[in-house]
Design a protein around this ligand. Structure first.
Ligand SMILES: NC(=O)c1ccc[n+]([C@@H]2O[C@H](COP(=O)([O-])OP(=O)(O)OC[C@H]3O[C@@H](n4cnc5c(N)ncnc54)[C@H](O)[C@@H]3O)[C@@H](O)[C@H]2O)c1
Ligand SMILES: [Zn+2]
Length: 340
């Protein structure tokens, strides 16, 4: 296990790399802690929870809502949780988002930490302090920015992670490579999904590298004034496609990155779209889809990142260097219509 502390504007988070969930007893007082997880994680790893108090949620994005928050608060009251209680979210991004949110509002805020169990949560969702829930179709529309006290990475959980969830995680990893890390992009080009699924050491190093990329971006811009927007690469169009076509998040982001790199060709002279397509395919992600441009543009217009008549769009100058540009909506509409 390797511990490293990272400081943010008004707090710090301890990251435990290459760790095991059994190390938690050295980090928190387990008698005063309550775990939150979902049925899939609990059923596959019940032994890891030992005799600790656990709140088990139904799995999936559909439960990342206020009704679940209410039921968690009810259970916390029944368990006599107080200001000294520590909440530990053990699960994917749905669990880390909701645990961080409940911990931030229960008794006006108690401490919390995460044990991320999906690749996506390890490299992305558990990091950065954005905690929240969905309201109807509006994803993450209610929430708060507050950093966890710790994030403990235990890769043993990944043994039961379905392949489709690995792909989701790789979409974010490829995103990090595109906006920040050319050397990592080259490394990804030399391997594949199956390589990482079966090589624990290399996966551990890759996860650590990605966690550091996200942490650094968040440290520079915790409240998303600029730099942090880079993490939305592939997500603006991606979200619009995800909404319309019920895709998995990783698939939508992969398509979003492909289209964004094509758009970049016209606007920044970016020339490596083919490399991005090839790499996404190595990780089982889609790179082309017929879609209704008008409908997708309608969703895009409503994107919460829209600022008046312009939309912040993330493009690449080159692989490893993302940039934020503001595109007038009508211009973006023309660009989307001209996409293949
Ligand atoms: N806060 C942030 O900055 C941030 C960033 C990215 C994504 N997110 C959020 O994260 C969520 C997506 O995260 P996710 O992809 O981890 O989704 P998830 O939590 O729904 O997990 C995906 C599926 O895998 C199952 N699962 C989790 N760990 C497992 C394991 N070890 N073995 C077997 N099954 C396992 C879950 O039960 C679920 O069915 C979204 O709600 C998204 O909004 C938040
Ligand atoms: Zn994402």
């Amino acid at each position: 296990m390797k511990k490293q502390s990272f400081t943010f504007s008004n707090s710090s988070t301890d990251l435990y790399f290459s760790a095991n969930i059994s190390h938690l007893k050295e980090i928190i007082d387990l008698k005063n802690s309550i775990f939150i997880t979902d049925e899939n994680v609990y059923n596959a790893h019940s032994k890891k929870f030992k005799k600790n108090k656990v709140i088990i949620l139904k799995p999936g994005e559909a439960y990342k809502n206020q009704a679940t928050v209410d039921s968690i608060v009810q259970q916390l009251l029944e368990m006599e949780a107080d200001r000294k209680t520590f909440l530990v979210g053990v699960g994917g991004g749905v669990i880390t988002d909701i645990t961080g949110y409940v911990a931030s509002i229960y008794m006006r805020g108690i401490k919390f930490g995460f044990v991320p169990t999906t690749l996506l949560a390890l490299v992305d969702a558990s990091i950065g302090g954005k905690n929240g829930i969905d309201v109807g179709v509006y994803k993450n529309i209610v929430g708060i920015t507050r950093q966890p006290s710790f994030i403990l990475q235990d890769l043993n959980f990944l043994k039961t992670l379905p392949e489709a969830e690995w792909k989701n995680g790789f979409a974010e990893i490829i995103k990090h490579a595109c906006i920040k890390d050319l050397a990592m992009f080259k490394q990804l080009q030399q391997h594949s999904l199956l390589f990482y699924m079966s090589h624990k050491k290399e996966t551990d190093l890759l996860i650590q590298r990605n966690a550091r990329i996200k942490i650094k971006v968040v440290q520079q811009d915790e409240f998303e004034q600029g730099e942090r927007k880079l993490l939305n690469f592939g997500h603006t169009l991606g979200h619009a496609l995800e909404n319309q076509y019920k895709l998995m998040h990783g698939q939508a982001v992969a398509l979003g990155m492909t289209y964004a790199s094509q758009i970049a060709a016209g606007l920044t002279g970016f020339r490596k779209s083919a490399d991005i397509v090839q790499t996404l395919e190595l990780y089982g992600l889609p790179t082309c889809m017929k879609f209704d441009k008008e409908k997708v543009f309608d969703v895009l217009k409503m994107d919460k990142k829209r600022e008046r008549k312009d939309i912040n769009f993330i493009l690449l100058e080159r692989i490893g260097k993302g940039l934020i540009i503001s595109i007038p909506l009508d211009e973006l509409q023309q660009i989307i219509n001209s996409l293949l």
